[in-house]
Design a binder for this molecule. Structure first.
Ligand SMILES: [Ca+2]
Length: 473
């Protein structure tokens, strides 16, 4: 035997080193409110996304990939913890709604507002925690949205590095939320980059993190705020007398995009806000292109798993055709999102995967690929999806459930049941992705079965550990 005679300790060291070398890098890219149809390769909208198109052509694109909530915070909590929002505790947004009625927060008011005092329960274990323990250098760049008090920030939640913002949205240029500077480096707020478009900054920091991580396995959670609407004070309108009047909801700014990118679309769309929405996507696409170019330049492309998805469906104003509804709704437009996985040599090129998958699968997949062992005492709601993405086995997922404010929904196999106020119904997704034909009257047994499965899931969630800030009172 080749290694006969080598001291056992030396041999063990060689094996450990070989295992460390085998650990791939992990790049998890999340886009904010990107609609299901807004990938150039789908040809549904005029948007141009050459980088993401190439990623899909060289990797696997999933067509039936769902998030756990139709809005940012709960969905992102599931990506980070591998658990339904009803388990991890953040099942709604953390934001200061008074601003919608013209209230301007002072820094002191903001310090004690929900945006500052709420966050992901410190008892939750993030994918960053798990990968850090497995020897990864972990970085978070972009929209964190898991709380801004120090105990909630990425450095305390499994990440070695953080550049980004802790709340749900900021102005792309001033980086302010309600007039409060909201960009962080590490645990400290910074205004050093004020005036620069966020996508540019997040690209810069992603490149920096990857360069600084050479020689060790790394995990980068790169969460762009594009193409989410800017979220600071709305623009004062002439109608409101040039100021934000108490009691009147002012006009929102919408998506911000550098002129160079918005200009690409003005001839094709009448709506200026839509031109900026597509512009913000193309700008993000170019930023991702530069990150991938660095991986190729470093010779790390074959050693890096890249996962791309959106945190929830597109805003209804940008459209999610052919899907029904959008952000904030439990129709497919709010929940079914673009998803691409890319790993040259390890995932097939150009494969389109129609299997039923969800964001709950991301945590177990990344942990498995990294050889990390999540704590068995914490229930996870997903599974390692690599064999499904490779086409080696069908997805074991046959159910997924959602509860968001006053709406409930379930998908069981190819049936979808939605109860959303006066809207809703029972839909056969095999023939009706657009959820246009309500089959509830024709299929009463099926509807009953869906509702029973939902009730069973709801009971399981209620019985799960009652933790999370929204459950403690
Ligand atoms: Ca979002």
């Amino acid at each position: 035997m080749k290694f006969a005679g080598l001291p056992a300790l030396l041999l063990m060291g060689m094996v450990t080193a070989a295992l460390a070398a085998a650990k791939p890098n992990l790049l998890l890219i999340v886009s904010d409110d990107l609609g299901y149809s807004d990938l150039g390769c789908l040809g549904v909208t005029p948007v141009r996304t050459p980088t993401l198109d190439r990623l899909a052509a060289e990797g696997v694109r999933a067509t039936s990939f769902y998030v756990t909530a139709p809005a940012c915070t709960p969905s992102r909590g599931s990506i980070l913890t591998g658990r339904y929002p009803q388990r991890h505790g953040l099942y709604d947004l953390m934001r200061n709604d008074l601003v919608n009625y013209g209230h301007r927060y002072t820094p002191m008011e903001y310090a004690v507002s929900p945006e500052m005092t709420l966050g992901l329960d410190p008892r939750e274990v993030t994918i960053g925690d798990v990968l850090q323990r497995a020897g990864y250098r972990t970085g978070m760049v972009g929209k964190w949205d898991m709380g801004q008090a120090r105990r909630f920030l990425p450095l305390q939640r499994g990440f070695h590095c953080f550049y980004g913002f802790g709340n749900g949205g900021i102005d792309y240029y001033t980086h302010e939320r309600y007039g409060i500077p909201s960009m962080f480096r590490g645990n400290e707020r910074t205004e050093a980059d004020k005036g620069t478009y966020t996508t540019e900054l997040f690209k810069r920091e992603a490149l920096r993190f990857i360069r600084e991580s050479r020689g060790q396995p790394w995990f980068l959670y790169l969460a762009f705020n594009a193409p989410h609407s800017a979220a600071s004070f709305p623009t004062p309108t002439a109608e409101a007398g040039g100021s934000t009047r108490p009691g009147k909801r002012p006009a929102a700014v919408g998506v911000q995009a550098p002129e160079k990118y918005a200009a690409l679309y003005r001839d094709q769309v009448r709506d200026e806000k839509l031109a900026r929405y597509y512009g913000a996507i193309t700008c993000m696409d170019e930023a991702i292109g530069e990150v991938l170019a660095l991986l190729r330049e470093q010779g790390e492309a074959g050693n890096t798993l890249v996962v791309f998805l959106a945190d929830n469906g597109g805003n209804r104003s940008t459209g999610n055709a052919p899907l029904r509804g959008g952000k904030g709704q439990l129709f497919e437009g709010g929940l079914r999102v673009p998803f691409i996985a890319w790993w040259p040599g390890r995932l097939p090129a150009g494969r389109v995967c129609d299997d039923f998958l969800s964001a709950l699968e991301i945590f177990p997949t990344l942990a498995k690929v990294a050889g990390a062992k999540p704590d068995r005492k914490i229930p996870l709601d997903g599974f390692d999806m690599m064999p499904v993405l490779r086409g080696e086995q069908p997805s074991p997922r046959c159910e997924l459930f959602w509860e968001w404010r006053n709406q409930q929904a379930a998908r069981v196999d190819d049936w979808k049941w939605v109860a959303s106020g006066r809207e809703g119904g029972l839909f056969d997704l095999r023939t009706d992705w657009g959820e246009q034909r309500d089959r509830a009257d024709e299929q009463p047994d099926c509807r009953q079965r869906m509702q029973a499965r939902f009730a069973a899931w709801r009971a399981a969630m209620e019985a799960s550990e009652p933790r999370g800030p929204f459950r403690d009172y």
